[in-house]
Design a protein around this ligand. Structure first.
Ligand SMILES: [Mg+2]
Length: 172
């Protein structure tokens, strides 16, 4: 049994990273909203457009993102060790941007692998049995078992209880 885990908003506090980027780059939030608005049509935010607006080198920006991602994991991620299933991060976004966050965050100590969906494809990977995501739209497109995970109401302890109650996992 393989568990698919969304990254942003599930394992990684994306709001915190945005806050840190805002502290680092004066014009970050303003240009972020501008670029997000434009990306509605292709749905994926592209940091390169924003770097251009901010007059920041995109390589340097990625390095900063990687560096700032260090302290952005939710503090219960070590609970992932209690889940005796293969764990794969399934995240949507621009490949190198997601990679910088994932690698910089240190989450790779807790999961087996990660996959980045860079485009409008679904997260429906045949070998993933259960998908955990905070975005309902991602779950609609997934054909296996799915759990909506909202950080406002839940933490990884509750997720583990849920996985147990469905008999997806057993812990001692
Ligand atoms: Mg998410």
């Amino acid at each position: 049994m393989k568990l698919g885990l969304d990254f942003d908003g599930v394992l990684f506090n994306t709001k915190l990273l945005k806050k840190k980027l805002e502290e680092r780059y004066d014009c970050f939030m303003e240009s972020y909203h501008e670029n997000k608005k434009e990306s509605v049509y292709n749905s994926i935010y592209d940091f390169r457009g924003q770097c251009k607006d901010m007059n920041v080198d995109s390589k340097e920006f990625l390095e900063t993102v990687k560096d700032l991602s260090k302290d952005c994991l939710y503090d219960d991620v070590d609970k992932l060790n209690d889940i005796g299933l293969e764990k794969v991060i399934i995240t949507r976004g621009k490949r190198d941007f997601q990679k910088a966050k994932i690698e910089g965050s240190g989450i790779l100590d807790y999961v087996d692998d990660y996959r980045i969906v860079d485009g409008n494809y679904s997260k429906n990977f045949e070998d993933i049995d259960i998908l955990i995501d905070d975005t309902l739209n991602e779950l609609y497109g997934f054909k296996g078992k799915k759990i909506h995970f909202d950080r406002e109401e839940a933490d990884l302890e509750l997720l583990i209880d849920t996985l147990e109650s469905f008999k997806y996992i057993t812990t001692v």
